[in-house]
Design a binder for this molecule. Structure first.
Ligand SMILES: [Zn+2]
Ligand SMILES: [Zn+2]
Length: 449
């Protein structure tokens, strides 16, 4: 008898083991329809808008060498020290599942002489991994999209990214979106500010929360965005970076604000907005929506990261980017047009099904890119009552109905389930394509009327 042992499980004896249903790993979930329809819309909108602004898709591996994040995000951060999925591969190398997307894009840029010869604009989308305690809306495998512009210090690129994202979110139906921004200075003007900040925080340390007491030493800027009640009175009087900006940082910031003003982008300056990582400089920003209210209102964050490349081991390359949470964004997206043109197929007998199947196939082909969705098509013959109750349960807008009567008279019925109206469409004998064209054309007319 051959031994079948894989991953320590002896499959040769599995017949005596009680088989239990396998669940997805903790904190990881399947994305199922109809929610996946919103995912598709988000991806389509991102791809369309970002690439029209010159930001092209860039795909990096889901695993990277662990060192990449140790150097970029930093060993002392929770992300690297506690939350990364790290393992040794069969070759003995330490690799990890990526916890974020910016460092991999920078690595890809630095590895490519072709990209390095100019300013690169890119967008990405994909799963990231953090071993955190799963909570509502927080997953161990979560999705992010991001845009990065590497190789330019122009304030117009900061403004372009903000303008583009504002357009992107509004396009997804998040109409109250607003950007908050701040400048956190550079390696010249931030250190003197930090000294002042630390002095102030030390003098008030007894009034700070436990986390912030530690932050005075490890990451004093993070005290500014502490959400704890305890710290609010200390934070109110904290020295602000804005009063310490050098002339270069000041003129960069003014240029960004001027363009946003001229473009009519709604923003608010938030002097408390910071980034935890040292490689950020100058512009930092967050997109927020009030729709969910409370503190959980951020859609994503970004900023200029002029010294990330140095931390990875290259020369200084000025860059700016943004990352948004996909699951987060989906919560804010309206699903107004979700069911706008869901079409249900109702065939009443086998002969009709045989005659109409090619028309249905053709119609599906023709509706590509037309916002017509054929839903739950199991090609089962049912009586009209059962079909309509199923279509109703699925929330379909239209049903295409045919039975022996329609087959004999050479027609199909399109029923508008919302307006409770129906009409006949002529079928062209032995010309499925022509029949399908007529059906799709009529569906589009009805949908848009
Ligand atoms: Zn500066
Ligand atoms: Zn605090």
């Amino acid at each position: 008898m051959t031994e079948i042992i894989l991953f320590g499980i002896d499959f040769s004896t599995s017949s005596v083991i009680k088989i239990t249903m396998i669940q997805s790993p903790r904190g990881m979930k399947d994305v199922l329809p109809p929610e996946s329809g919103k995912w598709e819309r988000l991806e389509r909108t991102a791809s369309g808008i970002f690439s029209s602004f010159g930001y092209k898709l860039l795909v990096t591996p889901v695993v990277e060498k662990t060192e990449l994040f140790v150097r970029s995000v930093g060993e002392a951060t929770d992300v690297v020290s506690k939350e990364m999925y790290v393992f040794t591969d069969r070759g003995g190398e330490s690799i990890c599942l990526r916890p974020e997307g910016t460092a991999p894009v920078m690595r890809a840029y630095l590895n490519s002489p072709e990209l390095k010869s100019r300013t690169m604009k890119a967008w990405y989308w994909g799963p990231m991994f953090r071993y955190e305690r799963p909570q509502k809306g927080r997953y161990r495998q979560f999705y992010q999209f991001g845009v990065e512009a590497i190789g330019s210090n122009s304030p117009y690129i900061d403004a372009e990214i903000i303008y583009m994202l504002d357009h992107f979110y509004k396009n997804l139906g998040i109409l109250d979106v607003r950007v908050e921004l701040n400048s956190i200075g550079c390696e010249l003007c931030r250190p003197p500010y930090k000294v002042q900040l630390v002095d102030y925080l030390k003098s008030k340390s007894s009034e700070l929360c436990e986390d912030c007491k530690k932050r005075i030493e490890t990451n004093p800027l993070r005290v500014l965005d502490c959400k704890s009640e305890t710290c609010s009175s200390v934070i109110k009087n904290v020295p602000l970076m804005g009063d310490f900006l050098c002339s270069d940082c000041k003129s960069h910031n003014n240029a960004v604000l001027k363009v946003l003003d001229d473009c009519g982008v709604k923003y608010s300056e938030n002097p408390m907005l910071v980034r935890g990582l040292d490689y950020y400089s100058k512009t930092v920003f967050e997109f927020v929506s009030e729709q969910l209210g409370g503190r959980q209102n951020a859609l994503g964050g970004g900023g200029r990261y002029d010294s990330l490349s140095e931390q990875i081991g290259a020369e200084k390359i000025p860059s700016v980017g943004y990352a948004g949470g996909v699951e987060r964004t989906l919560l804010f997206m309206n699903d107004e047009d979700k069911k706008a043109c869901d079409v249900y197929i109702a065939m009443l007998d086998d002969d009709t099904l045989r005659a109409c199947a090619p028309i249905v196939f053709e119609a599906k082909k023709l509706s590509l890119g037309e916002d017509i969705n054929f839903i739950d098509d199991d090609f089962k013959v049912r009586d009209i009552k059962k079909h309509l109750s199923k279509a109703d349960k699925l929330g379909a807008r239209f049903a295409i109905i045919a039975g022996s009567q329609e087959l004999d008279s050479g027609s199909l019925i399109i029923k508008d389930l919302m307006l409770k109206k129906e009409e006949k469409i002529t079928m062209h004998k032995n010309d499925a394509k022509r029949s399908a064209e007529a059906v799709v054309r009529r569906l589009l007319e009805k949908k848009n009327s």
